[in-house]
Design a protein around this ligand. Structure first.
Ligand code: AMP
Ligand code: GLY
Length: 430
């Protein structure tokens, strides 16, 4: 197989690392890729939103399968375009991707198919939304309808804060057209959990449960980022809880999208809050999560290329996935200042020392020049380690982090720490 991966982050680096283990794969291209990816795939200088150019590249280079990383090209209909042209591609159609690209659609869909989620209301009028936040119990969460690069959900604690936020989203258009409508929903309390699944539109194969760490500082302080680390499996997520989420969330979603004539093929990502009353959906994504994918992929014991090809052929034949019986922990190293402004072009040392049989370094914002790596983004690297127990996996990931240096690097010191301490109602049997 000749494979084209679209994207340029740590998620895409992890996908390519896993694809390279497949005996069926003999050539991988990545558009546009990054410094780390360039060592294992051929970089193609086409941007993810240049759908026509990507299609022409796939045709001209006898690509057997294209795998889409980020949500933007999916929401823009790249899969429809490739399928119409007879090119195999892994990912949902534009209509199915609306489960992520419109929060209003996602909430109304969940209501219709009885998928548990926070109670909510939808507004397209500022005055009505402002009046509503004066009448409800706070805190609530205000969400722009459209894609906002993970920054479109804001928790507000006072009426003033709520009205300010509504003004920013709906009038000042902080997220552009994504703010034409807002969802206002109850704030949920519990532990967050990610459950991703492969699906061909009919059957659902859940991956291991994982957990992201969005806030920039330890103990979940500070502003949200694209994700500062992730680990899997999650000790509090027992097999029974995973089964419950599959039955209550993933399967009804896939059946519902089929009934709505929007068959979903690819990875369905459920972002959940595990409350005292059971799991509730915070959001659906239409793609692999970042950085969860960097932690999850090393534990899948299947050929990733074969799995993605089966989905692209609309024919997943497996009944369930198998995983290595280990824990995987990923720690993101970011540029000083991230998620605010940050410098680029800092020399990165020690990457090769940090890589071993049980430890990978996936690049997000890096470039490669004359044999050296330099920073080029906010999130720079994700160091991922696998060990037999969670404590050892945490220790190994941080050993790797400590071998790598660049000016002003920062990272959270507590990835997976709370989960490794905490007892929880739904805990795994040990
Ligand atoms: P979203 O953009 O919907 O993924 O939300 C981003 C983050 O905001 C989530 O990962 C949660 O940490 C938080 N969040 C969103 N909705 C809720 C909610 N209803 N209750 C509590 N936290 C939420
Ligand atoms: N980890 C959150 C996301 O991929 O959107």
């Amino acid at each position: 197989m000749r494979i084209l991966v679209i994207g340029s982050g740590g998620r895409e680096h992890a996908l390519i690392w896993k694809l390279r283990q497949s005996k069926q794969v003999n050539k991988i291209f990545c558009a546009p890729g990054n410094g780390g990816i360039s060592a294992m795939a051929e970089s193609v200088q086409i941007k993810p939103n240049q759908h026509d150019d990507l299609l022409a590249f796939a045709r001209d280079n006898q690509i057997d399968l294209t795998i889409v990383g980020p949500e933007d090209p999916l929401a823009g209909g790249i899969v429809d375009k490739f399928e119409q042209a007879g090119q195999k591609i892994f990912g949902p159609s534009k209509a199915a991707a609306e489960i992520e690209s419109s929060k209003v659609f996602a909430k109304q869909f969940m209501t219709k198919y009885h998928i548990p989620t926070a109670p909510y209301k939808v507004f397209d009028n500022l005055d009505e939304a402002s009046q509503f936040v004066g009448e409800v119990n706070l805190p609530v969460v205000i969400k722009a309808d459209g894609l906002a690069a993970g920054k479109g959900a804001i928790i507000v604690n006072t009426v003033d804060e709520a009205r300010d936020t509504l003004q920013k989203i709906m009038v000042d258009k902080a997220f552009g057209e994504a703010g034409n409508q807002v969802v206002i929903e109850d704030k949920l309390i519990g532990e967050e959990l990610t459950l991703m699944a492969f699906t061909d539109g009919k059957s659902v194969l859940p991956l291991l449960p994982s957990q992201d760490h969005k806030p920039v500082f330890d103990e979940d302080e500070g502003p949200n980022t694209g994700g500062m680390g992730a680990f899997c499996p999650v000790p509090f997520a027992s097999d029974k809880l995973v089964e419950m989420i599959t039955d209550l969330v993933l399967e009804p979603a896939i059946r519902g999208l089929w009934e709505e004539n929007r068959p979903f093929r690819g990875i369905l990502y459920a972002g959940l809050m595990i409350t005292d009353f059971g799991p509730r959906v915070i959001e659906f994504n239409c793609r692999f999560g970042d950085p969860e994918t960097q932690a999850v992929l090393p534990l899948i014991s299947h050929d990733l290329a074969a799995l993605c090809m089966a989905v692209a052929n609309h024919n997943l034949e497996l009944d369930e996935l198998n995983f290595f019986d280990r824990f995987s922990v990923g720690v993101v190293m970011a540029s000083g200042g991230y998620p605010g402004s940050y410098d680029k072009g800092k020399l990165i040392n020690g990457i090769d020392r940090a890589i071993s049989g049980n430890r990978q370094v996936f690049h997000a914002g890096s470039t490669f020049d004359n044999g050296k790596y330099y920073t080029s983004g906010g999130r720079v690297l994700c160091v991922v380690a696998q060990e037999d127990n969670l404590q050892d996996a945490i220790a190994s990931a941080y050993d790797g982090v400590n071998l790598i240096e660049f000016d002003n690097a920062h990272f959270r010191k507590d990835i997976a720490a709370r989960a490794s301490r905490r007892r929880f109602r739904f805990s795994r049997q040990v």
